[in-house]
Design a protein around this ligand. Structure first.
Ligand code: UD1
Length: 442
């Protein structure tokens, strides 16, 4: 196993390029199953979850792999971040040893049913945050003509040809909306998804499917209309930048009293995060970038975040997009730990998403938990300690706390972090952090 060792207390300064979005890339890669002919995905982050998705595609008969970087590769070389995938002979089974490491594997359910009329997908694992069931996916696919049974830990779905349906989600589930978008793209007739998730990653998937020939409208709203087509054809597609990675680096600038310029930063999708950070005293400058590698919504884009006074506390309450993202909750808690005053954090999306709290408290934070609510009393300093990462975003909050703490922090079990952050220690070291990856024999 590996850990990160951080000597805290350095103000971060410099420029970081935001990687492609993990949560957009996963469903977009998996939807290669729906497509006839080769697909090329640009700006795919090099992450453990992406390797898992590629392996899953291989097993399902749709070989997928990163293209080798060009010989003159630079940090921005898209070749090093391009995945090519093409269906050969599809098979219906997503095995447990892959699905258990990545819950997003359940996203092959819709595409397999649409292409084969048969899907056998192990019940998912993923981050240990809450029960995370998938009944909303299944209920919606049933409305399109699928039938499901559970057998030996597998969801087995069958259908003749999926047909369009008017579906209203009880909750705007991100994965459920994505599964249904993919299934409906090749179904007979029109599907309407109401109370659909509006996350930017859902929109990115819809844009990808349309680039392959799907007919989806209402993108970005809570009602999506999908006119099924007979086939989808391959294309090249640029994955959107990762708003959560960008938000995490914003928090790194704020918590260290530094200044970071984030290239290729999807600032529009971070408006709630930026508003809250401004409340806490950070300043933002949104500018055109001087490189051509930072296109967001078709134009060059960079965001500079700086912090020179003390952090002030705030209150946050997570909600589906466009609300405050649950994936930024843990990082905000690290910042609030060192802010002036007290603030509350309400977690409304996942149960059990406070596993970073005892670890932050071990570093000297004063956070009290009561159900889905935490009260954070700001303290003057955190002190370095050995801490254990328990899920992806919890790990990010411990790295942030370590960057600001006095002394040395060892963040153990960083395999969680590697699921969602591309070379985080290299990116942070390049802007002045003292952080190294080391073997962990403890
Ligand atoms: C996606 C993101 C994750 C993010 C989350 C919410 C990916 C790979 N992951 O996860 O990073 O934190 O959106 O923004 O994109 N639920 C049910 N039944 C269902 C489906 C969901 O009860 O059938 C519950 C879940 O247990 C959870 C909540 O709804 O408590 C949100 O789930 P969902 O929106 O589906 O998130 P994911 O797609 O799992």
């Amino acid at each position: 196993m590996e850990k990160l060792i951080i000597h805290g207390g350095k103000r971060l300064r410099g420029r970081i390029r935001v990687s492609g979005s993990k949560n957009a890339a996963l469903p977009i890669l998996l939807s290669a199953i729906l497509v006839d002919g080769p697909v090329r995905y640009l700006n795919v982050p090099r992450l453990r979850d992406i390797n898992t998705a590629n392996r899953l595609l291989d097993i399902l008969g749709c070989p997928a792999a990163f293209e080798a970087p060009a010989s003159d590769a630079s940090e921005y070389d898209p070749g090093g971040h391009t995945v090519r995938a093409e269906v050969q002979e599809l098979k219906p089974e997503a095995p447990y040893d892959l699905v258990k490491t990545m819950r997003a594997s359940v996203l092959v359910l819709g595409p397999l049913l649409a292409r084969l009329g048969l899907a056998k997908v192990a019940l998912p694992g993923g981050c240990a945050i809450g029960a995370r069931p998938v009944e909303l996916h299944l209920k919606a696919l049933e409305r399109m003509g699928a039938e499901f049974k559970l057998d030996s830990g597998y969801i087995i779905g069958r259908c003749k040809k999926l047909h369009g349906a008017d579906i209203s989600f009880d909750f705007p589930t991100v994965g459920g909306t994505e599964n249904l978008l993919m299934a409906a793209s090749l179904a007979d007739g029109e599907t309407i998804l109401r109370n659909a998730a509006r996350e930017p990653e859902v929109s990115d998937l819809a844009h990808f499917l349309n680039a392959c020939g799907a007919r989806i409208s209402g993108i970005g709203s809570d009602t999506l209309y999908i006119e099924g087509v007979d086939k989808l054809s391959g294309c090249s597609y640029l994955i959107m930048p990762d708003r959560i990675e960008a938000g995490t680096f914003m928090a790194a600038a704020a918590i260290t009293g530094g200044e970071l310029e984030l290239e290729s930063c999807p600032s529009e999708s971070l408006s709630k995060v930026i508003d809250k950070m401004e409340d806490m005293g950070a300043r933002f400058k949104i500018a055109e970038s001087d490189t051509d590698h930072s296109f967001v919504d078709g134009r060059p884009h960079s965001v500079t975040v700086s912090m020179d006074g003390p952090l002030k506390s705030s209150d946050i309450s997570t909600a589906p997009y466009p609300g405050f993202p649950t994936d930024m909750q843990a990082q905000f808690m690290a910042m609030m730990s060192l802010a002036r005053g007290s603030g509350t954090v309400e977690e409304n999306i996942f149960e059990n998403r406070f596993m970073h709290v005892p670890e932050l408290n071990r570093m000297g934070a004063d956070i009290r938990l009561s159900g889905s609510r935490a009260v954070v009393h700001g303290v003057k300093k955190l002190t370095g300690a050995p801490v254990m990462a328990s899920d992806l975003r919890a790990s990010a909050s411990l790295v942030l706390a370590g960057l600001a703490a006095k002394g040395e922090t060892h963040v153990q079990r960083i395999y969680h972090l590697d699921r969602g952050y591309e070379r985080i220690e290299n990116k942070l070291r390049a802007v002045g952090a003292e952080i190294v990856r080391a073997r962990d024999d403890s």
